[in-house]
Design a protein around this ligand. Sequence first.
Ligand SMILES: [Fe+2]
Length: 309
Amino acid sequence: MFDQPNAAPENARTDDPEASKPGAPAPCGTAALIDVARYPIHDLDGPGGRALLARCRTALEREGCVVLRDFVRPDALARMTEEGRARVDKAHFNRTRTNPYSSEADPSLPSGHPVNRFLERTNGFVAGDLLEPETAMRRLYHDESLRGFIARCMGVERLYEYADPLAGLVVNVLRPGCQHPWHFDNNDFIVSLLTQAPESGGLFEYCPGLRSADDQNIAGVKGVLQGDREPVTSLQLRPGDLQVFYGRNSLHRVTKVEGPRERHTLILGYTDAPGQIADAARTKRLFGRIHDAHREAEAAGRTRDSVDA
Ligand SMILES: [Fe+2]
């Protein structure tokens, strides 16, 4: 396919002509991981699949966010939760201060301007090369039905696995006291699955469409940073919930994790073009190391923004 050290074999059912017909059974791998009775992602042209797609598209158009509750089967979720816990001691942690734009400060602007408002961000990433092919996490990521479903939700012809050997699939770890403060993403969308919820805090909050390509809405951003709750939607995500979120123009955050239990989120990286890899400097900062693939991709101009929330 393309340069992707961690790519799993393509789903053997992909070329099966029966697989694309309405009413076809879900591939065994998909049905073992996902509640396909509730979410018939393998049968998107059947009545259940059409209704699911319509619901997801409407939510994405209106809110830039859709949450599919209990998307992953309980037994698969239990495995994923354990897989995350078993690797958390290998997470690379970063502590930094960031503004909503993940940019530098601008001394020519007032101190109260959002670009000059920096808050602490701390999180850890378990890198993709620590999630072996046999893990439930990785099998979910490589599931063809899931990737096809997300593409159709988004109205794009197809999505590709993020070819980055470290950032393609990661577990985002927020320890007690960690937060990801208000920010906009530099990539268009994120697909994530909570695998372990904290006892309290760690809420995902967002302001749908707070800015646009034509209007930065600095006053609105400043208002939210100062505590305006009017544009804010707060989500109590539960383990097993799949979330698709457009973060480029919707200010969002994860509130501080409270209590002794960490917040773990599996982030499934997909791209609209094949073969993309994060740049080496950012990768080094996020993961503490790089692969040869990063050096090669940078030389070939195939880099893109890496994981975010
Ligand atoms: Fe984000």
